[in-house]
Design a protein around this ligand. Structure first.
Ligand code: UD2
Ligand code: MN
Length: 464
């Protein structure tokens, strides 16, 4: 007998994914091997360093958390797993801690579970977990992942090559509604001047290199949740900024620090880990703006002005004391942000001057406010046919494909595009023009995410 709809929705409300379905799936399940076939033939030798896997969570769904742990145990050679450390960041979900304790004692005695004595937020919780770890390498995972075949070997092999390599797997997608495991394309990490992480596509030339399908790719930033790093190096490099709260910013901070202070950050195409991407964070609290300010003040030198230009509400916000982190930058003798942009992220552009019509838009269910400015608005006219681009369905319909229709330069919102300071194009100032590269290049409407798949440039100067 199924649950009444009321209870099905409860799972969505608590977790922003289909918990009802997850509870019905086994915690051990086969998933598609999404690696390139060349990866399947590679081997990495015997003497790989052992890893401590650190997984922090606040109010994670029991079935999803267990599936994360089981996937690690079932798809890694056990001699490479020094330990799995679960950090319960002061969850208050009924029975979660009790059920987990019982399950681990009964079935998984090697998995360590520690609970924090107050809500630390994911950044401090990770530092707490890293201090308990004793393996040679630290691997952080979010609590809603499934690792794929041979995910761990290529990460560890890269760290064996150099302890200053920080290795990031390709993040596949576990669909939040259907729980299907879907491959994602190979992209790099970047950021926009609102200090949001974004995915940047690789230049076409990348695919022409022999071995491109398995060779590590230098990445200016990482998404933050999944990476492997030599444990002693993590401490040497200053762990995380523990002045940061709950969520956000630590991924860019660590990325800048790695590159500017002598390390390397790489995406490893042969390592694949699925992650549930949610459209909304279901738990309370967020430190994004304050955390980003700390990052900008410590690491970005004069370039902080572009952050303020993009996000004026940050200018007068309190961000706490940063003297320790500034001292760390000095101690480690780190390079300038200009060096980082010139050498590691040359494709980054600076925001153009913007007009003063600030459009403050609330994203999803008021999770955060993004300051986005409109540069101009108008129709997108196809030169050949003289037709205009519009949404196939409603302007509010996510995933809607786009079609060409007779231009209606009136107030019909269905054809009015807003170009913003984020370099994206918003239909009726709502959803963004996005390219889906997973199933071939299709243009569609999606929530604005600041990702590389939503950045557009003009091909000729006067073509407005
Ligand atoms: C991404 C990262 C995430 C983190 C974040 C920026 C991936 C896959 N995820 O957001 O790891 O870097 O960007 O900060 O790259 N959690 C706690 N305590 C809290 C809040 C969250 O332990 O107070 C846990 C949470 O249960 C989850 C992890 O931290 O396991 C990351 O949180 P998220 O999944 O909400 O973040 P995500 O994936 O949107
Ligand atoms: Mn996550």
């Amino acid at each position: 007998m199924g649950l009444k709809p009321r209870f099905r929705f409860r799972g969505f409300h608590l977790h922003s994914f289909n918990q009802y379905l997850s509870d019905k799936l086994s915690c051990v399940r086969p998933i598609q091997d999404t690696r390139h076939s060349t990866c399947q033939r590679k081997s990495y030798g015997e003497n790989l360093p052992k890893a401590s896997i650190v997984i922090c969570y606040h109010n994670e769904a029991f079935s999803v958390l267990l599936r994360t742990v089981y996937s690690v145990l079932n798809r890694s050679p056990l001699h490479l797993i020094h330990e799995i450390i679960l950090i319960d960041d002061f969850s208050n979900l009924h029975d979660l801690h009790q059920n987990l304790t019982v399950h681990l004692e009964k079935y998984l005695p090697k998995v360590i579970l520690k609970r924090t004595s107050e809500r630390l937020g994911l950044i401090r919780a990770r530092v707490f977990g890293a201090h308990l770890a004793t393996g040679e390498v630290l691997i952080f995972l979010d609590s809603h992942c499934e690792v794929n075949q041979m995910w761990i070997e290529p990460l560890l092999a890269r760290i064996r090559e150099s302890r200053k390599n920080v290795a990031v797997p390709i993040m596949d997608i576990i669909n939040a509604d259907s729980f299907l495991y879907e491959p994602s394309s190979i992209v790099k990490g970047g950021f926009n001047w609102g200090m949001h992480y974004r995915w940047d596509s690789l230049p076409k030339s990348y695919y022409l290199h022999p071995g491109a399908e398995y060779y590590p790719i230098e990445s200016p930033t990482m998404a933050g949740g999944l990476f492997a790093m030599d444990r002693a190096y993590f401490h040497e490099l200053g762990e995380y900024d523990t002045g940061m709260d709950i969520w956000g910013g630590e991924n860019l901070e660590l990325s800048f620090r790695i590159w500017m202070c002598g390390g390397r950050l790489e995406i490893i195409p042969c390592s694949r880990v699925g992650h549930i991407f949610r459209s909304r964070r279901p738990y309370g609290g967020d430190g994004f703006l304050k955390n980003s300010l700390r990052v900008a003040h410590v690491w970005m030198d004069g370039y902080i002005k572009y952050f303020f230009q993009t996000c004026p509400s940050a200018v007068n916000m309190d961000y706490g004391n940063i003297t320790e982190r500034q001292a760390l930058r000095k101690k480690l003798n780190c390079k300038s942000f200009k060096w980082y942009l010139d050498n590691i992220y040359p494709e980054q552009t600076l925001p153009a001057a913007v007009d003063s019509n600030a459009v403050i838009r609330k994203k999803e269910k008021e999770v955060e406010i993004i300051d986005v400015k409109t540069r101009r608005k108008g129709l997108l006219k196809h030169m050949g046919s003289g037709l205009c681009v519009q949404s196939e369905r409603s302007i509010y319909d996510k995933r809607s494909l786009l079609t060409l229709a007779v231009c209606e330069p009136s107030e019909d919102k269905n054809q009015i595009w807003y170009e913003t300071s984020n370099q994206d194009l918003r239909l009726a100032n709502t959803l963004c023009l996005d390219v889906n590269t997973t199933v071939g290049p299709f243009a569609r409407l999606m929530h604005c995410s600041g990702s590389g798949s939503q950045i557009w440039t003009w091909s000729t100067k006067d073509n407005v």
